[in-house]
Structures are given as C-alpha cells and as structure tokens.
Design a protein around this ligand. Structure first.
Ligand code: PHE
Length: 341
C-alpha cells in the first residue's frame, strides 16, 4: 500500500497537460469515484490496524497533492485560454493603456491661469450650485433689477432660498471677499450655466475665468495694464487692446475689451466682421456696493474685476467654429490638440 502511494506521488508530480480537457481527464483519472485515489481508499480496509494511522496520513497527503496540482493546471489554462504555455508573452504590460490628450478647454484654461499666476494672482474656486445671494444679490443686482434678465438662469429651487446653477463665476468673488480682507488677487476658473438654446454659437453651459484684485489705491489704469499684459502673452506681443464702455451691475465704470484681430492683423476680415477687432472679455472697477455687501470698506479699498469665456478664447486661438465640438468628445477633434498638450 505504501509503495503504491509513493508511486502515485511520483507519477503525479511529473504530470503535464496540454489543454483544459486534458486537465479534466487527469481529474477523472485520479479524483473521481473510479479514480486511483478512491481505489486506494477501498484498499484501506485491508491495512493492518497498527499501520492504519501512517497509511491514512499518506493517503490524505496524496489527495491534497493531486487536488492542488489539478487546480494549478486548471488555473494556468483559465488565464491563457487554450493557448500553449509557450505562447505566453511575459514581457507584455499587464494592462495596456493608451494615454489620452488634454481637452482643448483645459489646455487654454491652464494657459490663462499660468499667465495670471505669473502676475501674482492665486486660484480660487467655488460651487456650481449657488444661491441667489452669491450670484446676484451681493453683486448689486436688486431684486427687480432688469439686469437679472441679462442672464437666463436655471433655478433648482425657489423655496426656501433661491438655489440655482451659477450663471457666472463672479459668485466666487463674493465668497472670497466675505472670508478675506484685502489685498485680494485671485483668478476663478469654472463652469457656468445659462438657459440658452444649444447652437453653434451658444450652449447651456460654458466655462469662465474671473479675475479680481482688491487693495488700496487700485485704479482703472492697473486694470488696463494687466489686461494688456494678458492679451500679449495669450495672443502674441503685437496684440493691441481697446476698451469700450459697457454695463455690469457689479462694476462701475464697466467696459468690454476687444483685441486686434489676429487673422487680418486689424485690417478687417470676415472673422472680425470687417472691424479689425474681436471682443474677448468684460471688466470694470468693483462697485462700492459690492465691497460693502461683502464686508470690505469701500472708503479704504478699491479694486477691479474682469471675466472671460474660455470657449471664446479657445475659438480665437484655435478657430473652432462650432461650440458644440467642445462637449461632444469626438476623439478625432480632441486628437487635433495633441501637439498643444
Ligand atoms: N460676470 C460677467 C459675465 O458673466 C463678466 C464680468 C466679470 C464683467 C467681471 C465684469 C467684471 O458676463
């Protein structure tokens, strides 16, 4: 009996299988009811009583050995299908992964932020789901102010507080000013929402970067100089800017800024509608009412703010004609920005 066990042990340690099917045959041969191990068990009756303990142990060892061997063989095939073991390429990466490219809006956002960081601004962010106070009220929009109509808002709830999707990143201004005393010098990137029909030129969400600087003796000339620096770094050293008077409830005076058209160099073309200029942002001196609402003394401090659309800047830089391209995630479009990554 002990001899038989030893023989089987030897046999099994040398066993190989070429396929899952062969593994199954081995299982039947050794472990099934009619297999060699069951046969040994049947013989066990005849083992003299004083040997029973030793033989019993050996049979159990053998059984464990066969079970493990078969499990190991099966596993090697489960991992590799039916292929021959030699076909395994052990040099292959475990999880082949193709790296994507950065989204064009992220590329441009990062570039905008980098330029302002170079001028001493730090980055601040705020929530996309906002309340009326941070988006409108604190920014000098009176409850019945017609300027509220300038932005079609997605409301989430009217009661108890007006909860809405922010229509501009100016809400981050308020959040920072409420918590911090000047000097404040921040840029706030983020997604904003407006209830507009989706077309090549408008979308119900887009991205902005807002800038805010509050300190003693900040003037409109400071604003102009920072924006000129930005325009030249973003669009090239020859870029000219012009400011046109405009209106925003939260700034006074307010302006819109144009840059010289970089396609025709200012001579006039279809892109700039024959004006030589393209509009890129809104800006102005922070209204004293806004400073007051946020707990900053307008007798001591003054400041400027500006806000731009990242899609708009990206369109100007990369001539993307249809805004919808930015949210469709067509990889053919995204791959075009590989070089800019
Ligand atoms: N918040 C304005 C908008 O969304 C842009 C702006 C920001 C204008 C700061 C002036 C100052 O259109």
């Amino acid at each position: 009996m002990l001899e038989k066990i030893e023989k089987l042990k030897e046999e099994i340690s040398g066993v190989i299988a070429g396929s899952l099917e062969e593994v199954e045959q081995l299982r039947i041969k050794y472990l099934s009811k009619k297999g060699s191990i069951s046969a040994l068990m049947a013989d066990f009756r005849n083992v003299p009583a004083e040997q029973k303990k030793e033989v019993g142990q050996k049979v159990n060892e053998l059984k464990t050995m066969v079970t493990e061997k078969i499990a190991a063989l099966r596993e090697s095939f489960a991992l590799n299908g039916d292929r021959e073991l030699e076909e395994l390429d052990l040099t292959r990466t475990e999880t082949p992964m193709e790296l994507g490219t950065r989204h064009p809006l992220s590329i441009v956002k990062n570039e905008i932020l980098r330029i302002f960081e170079g001028m001493g601004f730090t980055i601040a962010e705020g929530p996309e789901i906002e309340d009326d106070w941070h988006v409108f009220e604190s920014l000098n929009f009176a409850p019945d102010h017609p300027a509220r109509d300038m932005q079609d808002t997605f409301f989430i709830s009217r009661n108890p507080a007006d909860i809405l999707l922010r229509t501009h990143t100016s809400s981050v201004q308020t959040r920072v000013m409420e918590k911090t005393q000047p000097p404040i010098r921040i840029v706030c990137p983020g997604r904003v929402y407006r209830n507009e029909a989706i077309s090549a030129r408008a979308h119900c969400f887009f991205h902005q970067v807002e800038g805010l600087y509050i300190d003693k003796n900040v003037s409109f000339a400071d604003l102009k100089q920072v924006l000129l620096g930005f325009a030249r770094q973003m669009f090239g050293p020859e870029t000219k800017i012009r400011l046109r008077p405009s209106y925003f409830p939260f700034t006074e005076p307010s302006a819109e800024m144009d840059i010289s058209c970089d396609i025709c160099g200012g001579k006039g073309c279809a892109f700039c509608k024959w004006t030589g200029w393209v509009e890129i942002l809104g800006c102005g001196m922070v209204d004293p009412n806004v400073l007051k609402a946020c707990g900053i003394d307008p007798e001591i401090y003054s400041g400027y703010a500006f806000g731009m659309g990242i899609e708009r800047i990206t369109n100007l830089k990369y001539k993307v004609k249809d805004l919808r391209m930015f949210s469709e995630n067509d990889v053919r479009f995204l791959r075009e920005f590989e070089a800019a990554n």
